[in-house]
Design a binder for this molecule. Structure first.
Ligand code: CP3
Length: 354
């Protein structure tokens, strides 16, 4: 099946949404908008329902996940919902001892650095993530024609947390393994590709109408290393879900030099951070792909006028694209004024209405 045929189980009203049309590079009634991290600490209603519940535990409660995922759709009228979870959830689900520490991020009790450690990365089954299937079932009912985006961490970014044991500025242990033991590295990424593929399949079968593969930290690599040591695993993930025919989005931060390769890895839509204008990004990615992005999330802390000026610049740079999904260049920052986000959605919709 090609990405242009309606996948079985996908309702027509969702299939015909502006978001999915833009991903498929079809004409749209307006430029669709959603935000990475649209569900989260910028919303007072999020802080309220999360009170006293640790992050990972909240990801395993289907009713809570459903409520949190819907919050930004109700408030901002965004064109797509992103499933509320975290990239480390499938690793937790296969028994890796890890936690998400507030203000820090994922922390892994025993890092994975040797061949013996690989045995801890067992296959993921749908039963391991039963709460995802349950929450997505409720969500697709509630969302009606608004598409639900599923997601996973890409093999490199997951490996970075597992090998470092937590967030890292320089990824030195990860790179040491990649440069120093290419075979162990390839086997680690291949294992993660299998887990990630299984996790995305669960989400698509539960009703996700698009998936985003977050390779947030891969911008730390040179293109030659990306091609040799990362791309095969990311391609394996994209290939594993290709037959479903749902758009596959690929995003990373600081990936200006990698945009072409990230498209080549198998994405239908390439996410761009704020460092490369979208017209230049389109030249780097080449034809046959839509782009997603790319307002600097920090612009939302500026004046209303500056937000509008910068948004017009993004839309102008996107004018010649085959398909454009408006987003920020990275996630919503936790102290962003939610009203600024609501106004931004309205502004993009008004400016691009046909
Ligand atoms: C690198 C990465 C992680 N998690 C994720 C990525 C890739 C996206 C990116 O590049 O930002 C993915 C993610 N994590 C979360 C979402 C929710 C869905 C959405 O976008 O609305 C998504 C898509 C919720 C979350 N994931 C996390 C929070 C904050 C925890 C909380 O609210 O208590 C949320 C809402 C925790 C987390 N988890 C991670 C980090 C760096 C943090 C922040 C740590 C902190 O500053 O407290 C790892």
């Amino acid at each position: 099946m090609s990405a242009n045929d309606r996948p079985p189980g996908q309702p027509k009203k969702t299939y015909d949404s502006a978001f999915l049309k833009a991903c498929r590079r079809e004409p749209v009634s307006h430029t669709p908008v959603w935000f990475m991290r649209q569900a989260g600490r910028s919303l007072p209603e999020y802080l309220k329902v999360r009170e006293g519940i640790p992050m990972l535990e909240s990801c395993m409660r289907p009713e809570l996940v459903t409520e949190i995922t819907l919050q930004p759709v109700r408030r901002h009228k965004v064109d797509a919902a992103i499933y509320f979870s975290d990239i480390v959830v499938p690793l937790k689900a296969i028994g890796i001892d890890l936690d998400i520490e507030p203000g820090v991020g994922p922390v892994v009790a025993e890092p994975i650095r040797t061949r013996a450690d690989l045995a801890r990365l067992r296959d993921l089954t749908p039963e391991d993530v039963w709460y995802v299937t349950e929450a997505m079932g409720m969500l697709t009912e509630e969302l009606g024609s608004t598409p639900l985006i599923g997601f996973a961490g890409a093999p490199f970014t997951l490996a970075s947390y597992l090998v470092e044991g937590g967030p890292s500025r320089n990824h030195e242990h990860t790179k040491a393994l990649m440069y120093g033991d290419p075979q162990l590295w390839a086997d680690l990424l291949d294992r993660l590709a299998e887990i990630t593929s299984a996790f995305l399949k669960v989400q698509i079968e539960a009703g996700a109408s698009a998936v985003q593969l977050f390779d947030s930290w891969v911008g730390a690599l040179a293109p030659a290393d990306y091609r040799r040591s990362v791309m095969p695993a990311s391609t394996k993930v994209f290939d594993a879900v290709a037959s479903y025919g749902v758009p596959r989005i690929h995003f990373g931060v600081g990936t200006g030099e990698l945009l072409g390769l990230m498209g080549e890895a198998g994405a239908d839509v390439v996410g761009v951070d704020w460092r490369v204008p979208l017209d230049e990004a389109a030249r780097r990615v080449g034809p046959g792909k839509a782009l997603q992005g790319n307002l600097d999330p920090a612009v939302l802390f500026s004046t209303r006028e500056a937000v509008e000026t910068r948004t017009r610049e993004v839309l102008d740079a996107a004018a010649g694209l085959e398909g454009h999904v408006f987003n920020l260049g990275h996630g919503v920052l936790p102290t962003t004024d939610p009203d600024a986000l609501t106004r931004l959605v309205e502004y993009v919709h008004e400016r691009t209405a046909k």
